[in-house]
Design a protein around this ligand. Structure first.
Ligand code: RB5
Length: 149
C-alpha cells in the first residue's frame, strides 16, 4: 500500500516520524511536503497534494498533518474520492476505515503526543474496510452525495 504524507508548518514537526512509521510497517511512504518549515505555508496546498495523489492512483491512502488536523481535513474533503477525518483516538482511527472507508487520516501536531501519533497511524494503516452490506450501502450513499455536488 502506498501512503501519501503531507504537512503544513503546523504539522511539520511530526511529518518525518509519520513517514518513519509508515515505512516501519512495510508500506511505501510518499513525502509530499512541506520539505522544510515555512511558517507562512497553507494547509489547503498540502491537502490538495494528498488528494491529487489519491485521485490519480499514486497513493492508496493519505496522512495529513496540520496544527489541529481540522483545516487539512476540511480542505481534503473538498476533493472527490477523499474521505478524511481527524481522529485523535485509536478507536476512530481504525473504525473510520472499517465502517466508513476513510482514506485520509488527519492529525493535529499541536494536540497529540508522539506515542498517540504512532498508535493512531498504526491503527489507521492496519485497518481494512469491513465487508458488510450496511457499510457498502452507506458508502454508496456518501458517494452519491459527492456525485450530486
Ligand atoms: C497553522 O497555523 C494552523 O492554523 C493550521 O496548521 C491548522 O491547525 C489549521 O487547521
Amino acid at each position: 500500500m502506498k501512503i501519501a504524507v503531507a504537512a503544513d508548518h503546523g504539522g511539520y514537526p511530526y511529518k518525518a516520524r509519520v513517514l518513519e512509521i509508515v515505512r516501519e510497517m512495510g508500506f511505501e511512504g510518499l513525502d509530499l511536503g512541506a520539505h522544510e518549515l515555512v511558517p507562512t505555508d497553507d494547509y489547503p496546498d498540502f491537502a490538495r497534494y494528498v488528494g491529487d495523489a489519491i485521485q490519480h492512483g499514486q497513493a492508496d491512502r493519505g496522512i495529513l498533518l496540520c496544527g489541529s488536523g481540522v483545516g487539512a481535513c476540511i480542505a481534503a474533503n473538498k476533493m472527490n474520492g477523499v474521505r478524511a477525518s481527524v481522529c485523535h483516538d485509536v478507536y476512530s482511527a481504525h473504525q473510520g476505515v472499517e465502517h466508513d472507508d476513510m482514506n485520509v487520516l488527519c492529525l493535529g501536531s499541536r494536540i497529540i503526543g508522539p506515542q498517540l501519533l504512532e498508535d493512531l497511524v498504526r491503527a489507521f494503516l492496519s485497518a481494512e474496510f469491513s465487508p458488510g452490506e450496511r457499510f457498502q450501502r452507506r458508502l454508496d450513499k456518501v458517494k452519491a452525495m459527492e456525485a450530486a455536488g
